[in-house]
Design a protein around this ligand. Structure first.
Ligand SMILES: *[C@@H]1O[C@H](CO)[C@@H](O)[C@H](O)[C@H]1NC(C)=O
Ligand SMILES: *[C@@H]1O[C@H](CO)[C@@H](O)[C@H](O)[C@H]1NC(C)=O
Ligand SMILES: *[C@@H]1O[C@H](CO)[C@@H](O)[C@H](O)[C@H]1NC(C)=O
Ligand SMILES: *[C@@H]1O[C@H](CO)[C@@H](O)[C@H](O)[C@H]1NC(C)=O
Ligand SMILES: *[C@@H]1O[C@H](CO)[C@@H](O)[C@H](O)[C@H]1NC(C)=O
Ligand SMILES: *[C@@H]1O[C@H](CO)[C@@H](O)[C@H](O)[C@H]1NC(C)=O
Ligand SMILES: *[C@@H]1O[C@H](CO)[C@@H](O)[C@H](O)[C@H]1NC(C)=O
Ligand SMILES: *[C@@H]1O[C@H](CO)[C@@H](O)[C@H](O)[C@H]1NC(C)=O
Length: 416
């Protein structure tokens, strides 16, 4: 299909530029499917255990069909259905968990480990994609192991193939992802796209510190999202919140290594929607390159606003750039317009409150707002981040950031 092909191409090209900004397209298939999938006969609820549907737990035998069949049966069942992945290692390729489903709700009980196939030709944009499904829970103490370590270096040198996200929720309403581990995703670990009422909690996400695009949880175009009580350490953003999000709570996250918690990138594409009501609180960032950050493209393609953003009760431990607003974001100098030096993304009503700890560079705060679109309503309240190194002191680098400061280290109170 030509459009899918183009989407994939776009997806790939931008992946080189900025992982977060590629997240716009994630679904492997955007077409609405009115009918539930065919296959196994529907029944009233029930449990569909992959080990009884032909899966072998040796981590080597391809179990894609057994897992896909379990899903199909669960989705066809009326009432409430459970897909069981028992203890053991199961090698699987792309899984397409598309609804709408017939029953009231589905549980995926992940006790074992799913290992992502490294046959890249099998994938489009995702490994495990839930699409058009409501009322679903993915819980257990098992692992979604992307097995990325075998393909990371390859993807860096010959950027030929788009890497798949590990778990995608696309047009999903009312889902919980709890307790599980996600390991070494080939691309983003969890990508929540065009969804609503989603909770991710008690998860542990781990990938090498030096592999980009391995974001922990990315959210785009979604509302009523909570990301709670989790430990995330990867080579990219622990949590990134893209365009079109409103009502996102990030609470009690331990982040690091990685690039911190960010809102953005904003403005990369045409027709992006506003971002509002984002709260990040009670988090600890350890040895990350950024702490909390808002980033928008210089010469953005969209006119949009990011507002009502609150970052509070956050401890920094040797974070390179603890607080950042960057309206000049332009990774590798590949920017959408390159026309002028103005931003079309306005950033307003941003509160940084009770932010403490240490910074590994002197510039603890960097608020780079544009002349044409100054940041407004920025509050720095009780912001006390000290430079961790010797022979220098904590400082702020700011331009065009308007607002008020109180209770903060004087050198950091750079607002006008
Ligand atoms: C996923 O399944 C749905 C319906 O079952 C189908 O329409 C769609 O083409 C499938 N997507 C992929 C990528 O296989
Ligand atoms: C949300 O989904 C869960 C199953 O995961 C279900 O028990 C609950 O009733 C659903 N909530 C709503 C409001 O539908
Ligand atoms: C937080 O998550 C851990 C698992 O990582 C769990 O043991 C603990 O009970 C959770 N705490 C809360 C308050 O839910
Ligand atoms: C998270 O998983 C990593 C890798 O499996 C492990 O080293 C770490 O102890 C785990 N952290 C928590 C809080 O469970
Ligand atoms: C901080 O991160 C860098 C790069 O990821 C790593 O080399 C270094 O050992 C880390 N330091 C600490 C104290 O964890
Ligand atoms: C400030 O944040 C820390 C966590 O970083 C928390 O322990 C403390 O209670 C907070 N203080 C206030 C006054 O809220
Ligand atoms: C654009 O703004 C940046 C940041 O203020 C500045 O460094 C750069 O020189 C400007 N470029 C042009 C073409 O005005
Ligand atoms: C302190 O840090 C600033 C910013 O990184 C740098 O420009 C300056 O030279 C440093 N001062 C000393 C004495 O190292």
């Amino acid at each position: 299909m030509a459009s899918a092909h183009n989407a994939l191409r776009v997806f790939f090209i931008l992946a080189v530029v900025c992982a977060v900004c590629t997240a716009k397209r994630t679904g492997a298939n955007k077409e609405e499917s009115a009918a539930a999938p065919g296959g196994a006969a529907g029944g009233s609820g029930g449990t569909f255990d992959i080990s009884k549907l032909g899966a072998t737990s040796d981590g080597k035998t391809d179990c894609t069909k057994a897992v896909q069949d379990a899903w199909t049966s669960a989705c066809e069942a009326t009432g409430s259905a459970t897909v069981v992945i028992p203890k053991g290692d199961y090698l699987v390729g792309p899984l397409n968990f598309t609804g709408p489903c017939k029953g009231s709700n589905i549980a995926i009980q992940l006790d074992g480990n799913l290992l992502g196939s490294n046959d890249l030709d099998k994938y489009t944009a995702s490994w495990i994609e839930l699409s058009h499904v409501n009322n679903i829970g993915i819980t257990g103490s098992g692992t979604l192991d992307g097995q990325g370590t075998a393909v990371y270096s390859k993807s860096k040198t010959d950027n030929v193939k788009a890497m798949p996200n590990t778990l995608v929720l696309f047009h999903v309403i009312n889902a919980t992802v709890a307790g599980i581990k996600l390991l070494n995703s080939k691309f983003f670990h969890i990508n929540i796209d065009n969804s609503e009422s989603i909770t991710v909690k008690d998860v542990n996400i781990t990938a090498p510190a030096d592999v980009e695009n391995t974001d922990g949880v990315h959210v785009g175009g979604s509302s009523k999202i909570s990301i709670l009580n989790s430990t995330i350490g990867t080579g990219d953003d622990c949590v990134s919140i893209g365009p079109g999000c409103n009502g996102v709570l990030v609470d009690s996250i331990t982040c690091g290594p990685g690039q911190g918690i960010s809102v953005g990138c904003l403005g990369r594409y045409k027709d992006e929607k506003d971002v509002s009501d984002i709260t990040v609180r009670n988090c600890v960032l350890k040895n990350t390159t950024n702490g909390v950050r808002i980033k928008s493209y210089v010469d953005a393609e969209s006119v949009l606003t990011a507002s009502h953003l609150t970052f509070e009760n956050i401890r920094m431990e040797e974070v390179a750039n603890p607080i950042v607003i960057d309206q000049y974001f332009c990774p590798q100098k590949v920017c959408p317009g390159k026309r002028s030096n103005s931003s079309h993304v306005s950033v307003k009503d941003v509160t940084f409150r009770n932010i403490t700890g240490t910074s590994s560079t002197p510039e603890a705060i960097s608020l780079l707002c544009s002349e044409t679109q100054p940041c407004s309503g920025v509050s720095l309240i009780d912001v006390n981040v000290e430079y961790a190194g010797k022979n220098n002191k904590t400082m702020a680098v700011c331009s065009n950031a308007k607002g008020t400061a109180k209770g903060s280290i004087e050198a950091l109170a750079c607002l006008v």
